[in-house]
Ligand binder design. Structure first.
Ligand code: MLT
Ligand code: ZN
Length: 482
């Protein structure tokens, strides 16, 4: 056995352990009724149906740390869970009932916010939406936005290093983290809640936990960087004939005013069709359906920047040159929200249409059109009739290359083809030096891909880090590492 291999957990969950946990978190902090625990044992996509004897809901970091200490002593496996919005089964417990779910939902306080330092200190259970609102209340912007922000919690968002719609401008979650508080697998609390812009004092431990998906410890609080709130925002939805035209439009905006691009999202015709079919109240502002769509958002904290004029100038020229087929500019906040809704409801609409296989991949931005073309051909050859639904964050090269089951196919049969489909797409990703997991993480769905993509020294190093921090292997077992 290599010295990095992790031992099997030592104990099953006993009534004694649950009683001891109850004395720490109180009766309201421990759910054991199967009807209460069931929603925590299944993922949002319903790919995994786990089982757990209990869901632990500590009220604060101290309680959470005490619980982890007890579980470490008994070798009990824990699955940290925030809003349970993972796309890769990153927060579901195992099927055998041997793991306890540790929910951060009640750690939901904003600890402090400073509009001069531009920092927000908050607990893991605050939803991303609530965090954005707290920032906006003091005239600042938390520049991170994802479709599931109403339910996704900060702890999970950081644990997976979420990306989302504003990465093109502000980077991923990782780029916004100044400090962290983490409960380690032995129950110690590491207080690294520093809010400094400069701090070169040894290894950058916080970045080890960001993106670790709860396998190295549980993030309980964080200090996030804020940005000045935009004074002006301009949004348009454009119809385009192809991903190539979408990219051409992106380069025009880049040439015009690069720092103003806060989102540049691509959507396919079929994906938009699902949104209009399944999402109540979704309406198309363009006169005719297009093969593809771009949502572009410009934003700036500068006063009188004239972003609407910029948007109009670039789009008028693009219309004239045939790069854009049609465009609708939002004139009111309601119109802006309605355009964003067409993008944000893509996953929900796809779920309602039937079984789907997701590929959350990234390639260099300049290669996105060629990637979409080649991956589409590969999937259509593999599964005749499959409906290809690429959409996502074109401005940073992250495409959700999702596939919807053929109309007449059996959903379970289609889902059983997932490895064949993902392998076919990943082969194209590899040709473009891309990544098989851009922003959703590895979770339970993709550890089998790790040896192939991150094998050799890289995976061995990850296994050594895991073994050093969590020698018993009790933190989110079966996730990330094969
Ligand atoms: C999104 O950007 O809406 C999600 O990350 C995508 C997905 O459902 O694959
Ligand atoms: Zn996304």
């Amino acid at each position: 056995m290599p010295d990095t291999a992790l031992p099997a957990p030592t104990s099953a969950v006993t009534d004694r352990l649950l009683d001891a946990i109850r004395t720490i978190v109180g009766a309201t902090g421990l759910l054991t009724d199967p009807s209460d625990t069931a929603p925590y044992a299944e993922d949002w996509r319903k790919l995994y149906q786990g089982r757990t004897r209990a869901v632990i809901r500590p009220a604060n970091t101290q309680e959470l740390a005490e619980v982890v200490k007890l579980c470490a002593a008994s070798g009990t496996r824990l699955v940290p869970q925030g809003g349970n919005t993972s796309m890769v089964g990153g927060a579901v417990p195992a099927e055998d009932g041997s793991e306890l779910v540790l929910s951060t939902a009640r750690l939901n306080r904003i600890r402090s916010i400073d509009p001069v330092d531009l920092t927000l200190t908050l607990e893991a259970g605050v939803t991303l939406k609530a965090a954005q609102m707290a920032a906006s209340d003091v005239g600042c912007l938390l520049p991170l936005s994802i479709s599931s922000e109403g339910s996704a919690q900060i702890g999970g968002v950081l644990a997976v290093n979420a990306g989302g719609n504003n990465t093109v401008r502000y980077g991923n979650a990782r780029d916004l983290v100044l400090g962290l508080e983490v409960v380690l697998p032995d129950g110690q609390v590491w207080n690294g809640l520093r809010r400094l812009r400069k701090d070169n004092t040894g290894y950058c431990l916080r970045q080890l936990f960001v993106g670790s998906e709860g396998t190295l410890g549980i993030i309980t609080a964080a200090v996030l960087k804020l940005a000045p709130q935009p004074r002006e925002t301009a949004v348009a939805l454009c119809g385009v004939a192809s991903p190539d035209d979408a990219l051409a439009l992106f380069t025009r905006f880049q040439a015009h005013d690069p720092p103003a691009i806060s989102a540049f999202e691509y959507m396919s015709g079929p994906g938009m069709g699902f949104v209009l079919k399944h999402i109540e109240g979704a309406t198309m502002p363009l006169a005719a359906p297009a093969p593809g769509y771009v949502l572009v958002e410009l934003a700036t904290p500068r006063p009188d920047a004239g972003l609407r004029a910029t948007l109009e100038t670039v789009l008028e020229a693009a219309l004239e040159d045939g790069i854009v087929l049609d465009a609708a500019l939002a004139s009111t906040e309601a119109q802006r929200a309605a355009i964003w809704r067409l993008r944000e409801e893509h996953s929900e609409a796809q779920k309602r249409e039937g079984a789907s296989v997701k590929n959350d991949v990234s390639v260099p931005v300049s290669k996105v059109p060629a990637f979409i073309r080649q991956a589409t051909a590969a999937c259509e050859a593999l599964i005749p009739g499959v409906r290809v639904v690429p959409f996502g964050h074109m401005g940073d090269g992250n495409i959700h290359f999702n596939l919807e089951q053929p109309e007449e196919a059996d959903g379970a049969w289609f889902l059983a083809q997932d490895h064949a489909i993902m392998d076919a797409v990943n082969a194209v990703v590899r040709e473009f030096d891309g990544s098989f997991s851009a922003e959703h993480g590895i979770g339970k769905l993709k550890p089998y891909m790790m040896p192939d993509w991150r094998g050799g020294a890289e995976l061995a190093l990850m296994q050594r880090i895991k073994a050093a921090l969590d020698p018993q292997g009790i933190m989110n077992p079966g996730k990330v590492l094969p």
